[in-house]
Write a protein that binds this ligand. Structure first.
Ligand code: ATP
Ligand code: MG
Length: 337
């Protein structure tokens, strides 16, 4: 099995990225092959400052490594180090129905949240499909917001194979039956962590770099505290039972506390035993218990940029070998010399 996923370097990475996606990356590196990348082409749809773009790309690499990604087990690389992805993006785009892109949830969500759309954001799912198909990935660990994009990638791979691979039968995509051919593009499947499918941000919307509502994994202590203290709560009096619906604080405690500790919180929350301030302090403690060691590693790696760059170069080389192989087949299939 080959696992592949990416995270955009569109801002500092946050606990939504961790619980929704990156925690699985670290677990899955021990099962089969794993490819993980920093989506720095995608990030250009939000970051327009070149110095910042470079810095955030480096920071995303540090984040992967600090959280326990092991470059001996997984291939870690920058999206932009394998230019073939842009070529596949274009070729794939020629079989993508525009109507699919018009109904993409994440595009519509961003517009609904006042992010002004450009072609890059509109075409984002096509580049994402190219990211996945270029490496013939089987499983793609992602948060819920990305599941539709993986379904698109499957649909477009089928379209491409049907168009360009003689003997391809969509009912037999691996070409197991006699007379059928396997597709050139392999069909990927989303791998969703149900318990953390959508981690809420401090304002209750999906935690997202572009919404400014995150708890950063490696942010400054002062800022982290301020953000936790500003998590949106309702106006239930201190000693009254608190509603659990639409309560980001409750959901975040559930996500971060060990089960036994959360059971206590759950009991007092529903009985109205404590004020929100106490729960927020508890969340801050849980944050430090969970991410303390990773924050330590982050500080160490920050002091060794040469080592991080070496890891990325090595990853790029391994990823490129795979991409070149696939693109030879794709070019031949469509008639590009
Ligand atoms: P942006 O706002 O720039 O889109 P983001 O914070 O949504 O950034 P992405 O780089 O788009 O982060 O997503 C990286 C991975 O993290 C994806 O698999 C995505 O599904 C997952 N993810 C992002 N936010 C959340 C969240 N709030 N809950 C669960 N998973 C999330
Ligand atoms: Mg996103």
């Amino acid at each position: 099995m080959r696992t592949l996923s990416g995270v955009q370097s569109s801002g500092r990475l946050h606990i939504g990225n961790y619980y929704g996606a990156m925690r699985q990356f670290v677990q899955l590196q021990d099962q089969g092959e794993a490819y993980y990348f920093i989506a720095n082409y995608h990030a250009l749809t939000t970051v327009r400052d070149p110095k910042l773009a470079l810095e955030l790309t480096r920071d995303a690499a540090l984040t992967y490594l600090s959280l326990g990604l092991d470059p001996k087990k997984a291939v870690l690389f920058r999206q932009s180090d394998v230019k073939e992805v842009v070529e596949l993006y274009w070729i794939l785009g020629t079989v993508v129905p525009q109507s699919n892109l018009e109904r993409a949830h994440s595009y519509k969500d961003k517009i609904a949240n006042n992010i002004s759309p450009d072609f890059g954001l509109f075409a984002y799912p096509v580049l994402m499909a190219a990211d996945i198909l270029l490496y013939s990935a089987d499983a793609v660990p992602v948060g819920k917001d990305q599941v539709q994009h993986i379904e698109f990638a499957r649909d477009w791979a089928v379209k491409f194979n049907t168009q360009y691979v003689p003997g391809y039968d969509p009912a037999d995509p691996e070409g197991k039956e006699r007379g059928h051919s396997p597709g050139i593009l392999k069909l990927p499947a989303a791998h969703l962590q149900e318990s953390a499918a959508t981690v809420p941000g401090i304002d209750g919307r999906k935690m997202s770099k572009s919404y400014g509502n995150t708890l950063e994994l490696f942010g400054e202590e002062k800022d982290l505290k301020k953000r936790i203290m500003s998590i949106k709560t309702d106006s239930t009096p201190v000693e009254a039972p608190k509603p659990t619906q639409d309560a980001p604080l409750y959901d975040l405690l559930k996500l971060m506390l060990p089960a036994a500790e959360f059971a206590d919180v759950d009991a007092t929350w529903k009985a109205g035993g404590k004020g929100y301030g106490d729960y927020k302090k508890k969340l801050l403690e849980a944050f430090h218990t969970t991410f303390g060691p990773a924050r330590q590693r982050h500080a160490e790696l920050l002091a060794d940029p040469g080592e991080v760059e070496r890891i990325l170069q090595d990853g790029a080389q391994r990823a490129r070998a795979e991409a070149t192989r696939l693109m030879d087949q794709v070019r031949r299939a469509v008639g590009i010399p």
